[in-house]
Design a binder for this molecule. Structure first.
Ligand code: PLP
Length: 484
């Protein structure tokens, strides 16, 4: 096979061989089965994964595009939506749809409230108020749907500053956002206070519970002290909750719920004059993957409340151990006071570059997200992580010690790239560079060589330097230029 170009094989390859090759491709991927991956994968073990596969497989070809064709899917979707609505205290009035993930749910909320603002209040230049910690999906929604994102600062405790939100809303505000919790630090925004602003100004309030939707209700049942955040808070008009996160479903499943179908109506799309027929679609996608909806339904049913509670209890135990362990390592501190299974930690010393620590952890096989403003590392606990908390903490301590002894590591590889990305004042240049990198990754020179090919002939085309190295080189150049 040519290394840098590929066409459809003239003759089909035996299916068994194709499958073998597929597994070769995955050889260098993060090995989530060893539980060293944090975020990206919500893995409950092989038995659950095989079960999801079977559920998904049964509806692999089923299409949720037309709710009148595959009645099974409409039923599954209804049940997932109802179960979620009851979990989040939406009552019988709450109405929603399943989507392909958190991003689709967030995008839909932006579109829905933009259109509702236009229809109900004649708003022509829509704006929405987002906490600084809002997930990027909301920025994407702003860009895609032409809604201006207005950013509200945070308080000291990293929850959004509600007084600032009150000042930022105006006649053009079509929605306010709060997160439960936000992704970077796992902090729950003060939803009851946001609800008051929203109620006073008659502006919709969306709660992004993509992470917390299938987590916080069970923490509450276990007696954890949490502020109210769901439909019990007056003023909350919609909530997004990802099944493919803490409901441990297959990828491609989330729920967007509105307080009533009167709001949901603004989400629907109908085109009556298409030669292909009158077309109506409830969400963003056309063809909707039945397998993902069936797997979400199956996952929730199989876990049951007892399963969710047991998982949540296990996670909270791991969280406690991890936080204690991290606090015991000199020069590290937890960012804010997160109560959930998501948190982050940073360095309090100039001698310990936290991104260099991440590089060291990566060398030890851990796959960890890097955060910026402040520079920090991310922890997103799933139930099985309980088995590796001690290994994690040992490696973390070793990594911190190593970085303290080798300060030069802060200017190399990943540490240099992430340092550049988070600190360089020229934000526009960061954006331009990342766009350029993307064009390279998706352009004609995109890397196409499979791991198998490398191992077989050992040479192949010249290796492209990886992103980190290229960015680091670029960063050093810029820094030179700024010094002069
Ligand atoms: C993950 C996440 C999203 C986006 O969800 P995807 O499933 O990755 O598209 C949105 N908001 C929050 C708070 C999230 O954690």
């Amino acid at each position: 096979m040519a290394n840098n170009d590929i066409s459809i094989p003239k003759r089909g390859i035996e299916r068994a061989k194709v499958l073998e090759e597929l597994s070769q491709f995955a050889k260098e991927d993060p090995d989530y089965r060893k539980l060293k991956t944090w975020s990206l994968v919500y893995f409950l073990g092989d038995e659950h994964t095989d079960f999801l596969l079977k559920a998904y497989g049964q509806y692999l070809s089923a299409n949720g595009l037309n709710p009148m064709a595959f009645k099974s899917l409409k039923l599954l979707e209804n049940q997932v939506v109802r179960m979620t609505a009851n979990l989040l205290h939406g009552g019988r009035e709450a109405a929603g749809v399943m989507t392909s993930g958190g991003t689709e749910s967030c995008l839909l909320a932006v579109k829905t409230y933009r259109d509702m603002g236009r229809a109900v209040k004649r708003i022509r230049r829509p704006e929405m108020v987002l906490p600084e910690t809002a997930h990027v999906a909301w920025e994407k929604g702003a860009e895609y749907f032409g809604v201006k994102a207005v950013h509200a600062p945070l308080r000291k405790d990293l929850g959004v500053d509600v007084d600032a939100v009150r000042k930022l809303v105006n006649r053009n505000t079509v929605m306010i956002l709060g997160s439960a919790p936000e992704y970077p630090h796992g902090i729950i925004d003060p939803i009851p206070a946001l609800g008051i602003v929203a109620g006073d100004r008659k502006i919709p309030l969306h709660v992004d519970a993509c992470l917390g939707g299938f987590l916080l209700p069970f923490m509450e049942k276990l007696g954890h002290d949490l502020p109210r955040w769901d439909f019990r808070v007056p003023g909350v008009t919609s909530i997004s909750a990802d099944a493919h996160k803490y409901a441990f479903s297959a990828k491609g499943a989330s729920v967007i719920l509105y307080r009533s179908v009167e709001i949901l109506k603004h989400q629907f799309f109908v085109h009556e004059n298409w030669p292909g027929g009158v077309f109506a679609s409830p969400a963003l996608l056309g063809t909707r993957p039945g397998g993902a909806y069936a797997a979400a339904w199956a996952s929730i049913m199989a876990l049951g409340e007892d399963g969710f509670l047991a998982n949540t209890a296990g996670m909270m135990e791991a969280v406690k151990k991890l936080k204690e362990g991290i606090r015991a390592i000199p020069d590290l501190e937890i960012v804010g006071e997160p109560k959930t299974t998501i948190f982050s930690y940073r360095s309090t010393s100039k001698e310990v570059n936290i991104f260099a620590v991440a590089d060291q952890m990566e060398q030890r096989g851990w796959h960890i997200d890097r955060l910026q403003r402040p520079d920090a590392l991310h922890v997103m606990v799933t139930p099985l992580h309980r088995q590796v908390t001690e290994d994690y903490l040992i490696d973390l301590k070793t990594s911190v010690d190593h970085v303290r002894r080798h300060p030069e590591l802060a200017t190399r590889g990943g540490a240099a790239m992430y340092g550049m990305i988070s600190h360089i004042p020229l934000r526009g240049m960061v954006k331009k560079t990342v766009l350029k990198m993307f064009a390279d990754m998706y352009g004609p020179d995109a890397k196409m060589i499979s791991p198998q090919d490398t191992s077989m002939d050992g040479e192949g085309p010249a290796e492209q330097p990886d992103l980190a190295t290229r960015a680091a080189t670029w960063y050093l150049k810029i820094r030179e230029r700024l010094r002069r």
